[in-house]
Design a protein around this ligand. Structure first.
Ligand SMILES: Cc1cc2nc3c(=O)[nH]c(=O)nc-3n(C[C@H](O)[C@H](O)[C@H](O)COP(=O)(O)OP(=O)(O)OC[C@H]3O[C@@H](n4cnc5c(N)ncnc54)[C@H](O)[C@@H]3O)c2cc1C
Length: 413
């Protein structure tokens, strides 16, 4: 049965949901408070990483985070703020950072990631415009301790059937022919891919418009009209919109909106930066993560995008921290000594918010409280990677059909 569906949020999760919902014959309206041109889904590093099957909440991460907190150039920071949300998020994150949680999550994350990659391959068959490429991902490291950690992670990935090569520095240089690499070695995840996020979102918008999806930009959802366990309409400054089903895909703002529905979700924004460097010099040709500084490197056609930092903060905090930016630039110089790069001015730096749950897992579920609400958010550093699979699952939940994979791990607990 065709339903009228309102999708709250026009980032990559909302647009992929709209795509699969419309394909199933539903009438879809996507509502976003911005112009849908510059959010987290647009300026991210563009990596599709099915290799990443370990959730952010994992043993050792708290100790590492505390150490990083005292280094102003480090890739991680929690903005100290006396808020109940932050205290609750940190406590839940601490409780979730166990081996049992990791063991219970990996197969589920792998299934979601691999479904997503297969769907990306389908998209890429019909459209070349968003620069989808399968070159894998190099996890480059410079010191032995980081190398040991990376090899341990690689072994786990291999146990899950993920295609991995362990490379020494010569082998790294054989693969990366674009520029000199200063690394002790790398783990090469050959399953991984990358694309231009801006161009992928442009493609998605064009596709959904062809299927008569309405895109309502610059329209903020400010409240809901409820009838017991059913949401009847969303309220916006230009009036209310009724629907049969509602999809919460508001990224880092999801917990604030869910609060209006009296649904608690420990989710906070993880601010990150990116900037593009044009190909006027020899730049990397293979996507990489510079492990010591957690800098993402994504070669696109005419540019290379560099991205990094995860600062747990609030959605009002769009400030660019120059010290952390300098940390990114120093890392790039250290790994790629031949790149001539000045620290970009603030105007050249993009910033966006990763929606980070306290479990490090996304939420994809039929709400327990409202019979016509699907919650689809919290994809943190993997929202682009996981978006097509999430969109397909959302459409299956709305259509009340069996989901393509088991989604029991992706619930608010
Ligand atoms: C520096 C950086 C690098 C990254 N690199 C990668 C990567 O390489 N690979 C990867 O997989 N992921 C990456 N990510 C993560 C990825 O960008 C996010 O997980 C993803 O964009 C989240 O998508 P979303 O649709 O959930 O949220 P968003 O893109 O934030 O979309 C949510 C939308 O909801 C709208 N909204 C919010 N509140 C309301 C309201 N009240 N009314 C109407 N609209 C509302 C917002 O305006 C927004 O447009 C990166 C993120 C950062 C910051």
């Amino acid at each position: 049965m065709s339903k009228k569906v309102v999708v709250i949020g026009g980032g990559v999760i909302g647009l992929c949901s709209a795509y699969y919902l419309a394909k199933e014959g539903h009438q879809v309206v996507v509502i976003d408070k911005t112009d849908m041109l510059d959010g987290a889904s647009y300026g991210n590093a563009g990596m599709i990483v099915p290799s990443h099957i370990i959730p952010l909440a994992q043993p050792g991460v708290i100790q590492k985070g505390i150490k990083w907190m005292f280094n102003t150039k480090s890739p991680f920071y929690v903005k100290p703020k006396a808020s109940l949300e932050l205290v609750n998020w940190l406590y839940q994150f601490y409780k979730n950072s166990t081996q049992t949680h990791v063991n219970n999550s990996m197969q589920h994350l792998k299934n979601l990631s691999f479904l997503s990659k297969a769907l990306y391959q389908e998209f890429a068959k019909t459209n070349k415009n968003f620069l989808y490429q399968e070159k894998g991902l190099l996890m480059l490291y410079q010191n032995e301790k980081t190398g040991e950690e990376e090899l341990k992670t690689a072994k786990i990935a291999q146990q899950f059937g993920i295609n991995v090569d362990i490379l020494d520095n010569k082998q790294v240089q054989n693969i990366e022919k674009g520029t000199t690499v200063h690394a002790l070695g790398a783990v090469h995840y050959k399953t991984d891919a990358h694309l231009s996020p801006h161009l992928f979102l442009k493609f998605l918008k064009e596709e959904v418009l062809k299927m008569k999806v309405k895109l309502l930009a610059n329209t903020e959802i400010i409240d809901f009209k409820l009838n017991h366990t059913t949401i009847q309409e969303v309220k916006t400054p230009i009036g209310s919109i009724k629907a049969d089903s509602f999809v919460m895909a508001a990224g880092s703002w999801s917990s604030q909106l869910l609060k209006k529905l009296e649904i608690k979700l420990a989710l906070l924004p993880g601010k990150g930066y990116s900037f593009d460097v044009s190909r006027t010099q020899n730049l990397p040709s293979v996507p990489a993560i510079l492990c010591e500084g957690k800098v993402a490197v994504t070669p696109l056609n005419a540019t290379v995008r560099f991205g990094g930092t995860l600062e747990i903060t609030t959605t009002n905090d769009k400030k660019i921290n120059l010290k952390r930016l300098l940390g990114i630039v120093e890392n790039i110089h250290s790994f790629y000594p031949d790149i001539n790069l000045q620290t970009p001015t603030k105007e050249k730096v993009w910033t966006g918010f990763r929606p980070c749950t306290s479990s490090g897992l996304p939420i994809i579920e039929q709400s327990k409280k409202f019979n016509n609400l699907i919650i689809s958010t919290g994809h943190a550093m993997m929202g682009l990677s996981l978006a097509p699979a999430t969109g397909k699952l959302v459409s299956e939940l709305v259509s009340n059909t069996k989901t393509s994979i088991d989604i029991s791990a992706f619930k608010i607990k």
